[in-house]
Design a binder for this molecule. Sequence first.
Ligand code: ZN
Length: 511
Amino acid sequence: MREHFEIRDHDAAGRIGELTVPRAGVTVETPALLPVINPNIETIDPGRLRSEFGADMLITNSYIIRTTDDVRERALEEGLHELLGFDGAIMTDSGSFQLAEYGEIDTTTTEILEFQRDIGSDVGTPVDIPTPPDASREQAESDLEVTRQALADAEAVDTGDMLVNAPVQGSTYPDLRERAGREAAATDLDVFPVGAVVPMMNSYRYDDMVDAVAAAKRGLAEDCPVHLFGAGHPMMFALAVALGCDLFDSAAYALMARDGRYLTVSGTEQLEDLDYLPCSCPICHTHTPEQLRAAGDDDRESLLAEHNLHVTFEELRRVKQAIRDGDLLELVEKRARGHPAMADGYRALLEHADQLERIDSASKGTFFSVSHESARRPEVRRHHDRLARLSVPDRLLCTEYGTPSDHDYDAVWRVVPPFGPFPRALSETYPLTAEVPDRTDAAAERAAAEGIRALVEAAPDTDLTLAHDGWGADALAAVPDSVTLEDLAADGHRDRDAVASADAEDGSESE
Ligand SMILES: [Zn+2]
């Protein structure tokens, strides 16, 4: 067990946790966002980050501090907290980014970790190699070997109470990411950044980001706090948290402000283009776009940075509330509508439904079926697995509504796309309390048909009739041939009030 990280609540693979940072004497609730502070350029006074924005932790770069003479001397004399004027927890990066950018840096894991310890960092970082996406496999493997050695060197350093990051690399190779995750989890290091995802996010490859994180998570243990390194755009928080990321860091709030860019939960706007400010943060509440544009460069940059941070922390609170309410995947689905690349990210997440299903709570808020992607959520798969454990009567009618013919049945079960069939006894249990649209889409019908097939496979001797509301050919093709079909739409039985009479008859279950 990693004693410094406790998980309090769950939804999908997302969690609310508590990261205890002993050197700072601070407990950070996760998911958490660490604003990035450049020790040479302070866009917002770090002292305000905790009181005004609620940041319990920030991140700064120890390599920049070490290579800037006057800052280094002050950091060694006064300590990092005094230097930055921040009383929360401080994580430091090592210069790996500079290594990736410039090809070499003038330090080693041992030196930079000792330096981080000496300036009073609360979470230090070794010098790993952030292998970019699409690197050759040979490069990814040899970089990974260097990173593995860096973790071993880090374990040997006397870091005292300072927690230490164990970065997980592996480029766009899922098997390497998984292996790197497993090796990192086997060390006695503390926090697990998934590295080199920034180039993916900068080019809107959210599906590749999802695959890289899902692979790293397969290797990491459940109790490993995971940092999505370099991820700070609020539009992807819900997606990344649903995958099981706990920490984020944002340089975006400041970098984007410098370029006149205004963050929202569904993307980035240019201040130039805005006639209105779609936000109620203290900045947007008291300024018009004209006033922001008319402000001097420095003022405009810090006002935009403040808005960017407000909207970022607001989204993080929304994500946490969604975990508490058990509707995180509904929030992911909403954000997926903001940008086609986010839709790709959500679809990639659903490719890992099995992985999510193993962790996801069995019971939570009402399932909202709001798109064809809802049919691929882990809850639908879990229901299909559950069908195999139900006791099934010999002659069974599964119907969307009503009893279509005079046939004798032992029981009548409901059919609700995308879940498929279930006995009345389960109708008040999650996820079958779902809110589903009346105008069912093809993906939901298809998923319901797969539920029928799962039932037939579990009870091959049952004489099963399916009464469906005009399902399409694709869904009907997925229903086994042994099932008798009744088309309620064609038969003129379209009477949704008849659901009640179908519900009145019960099925039995043996879970
Ligand atoms: Zn605002």
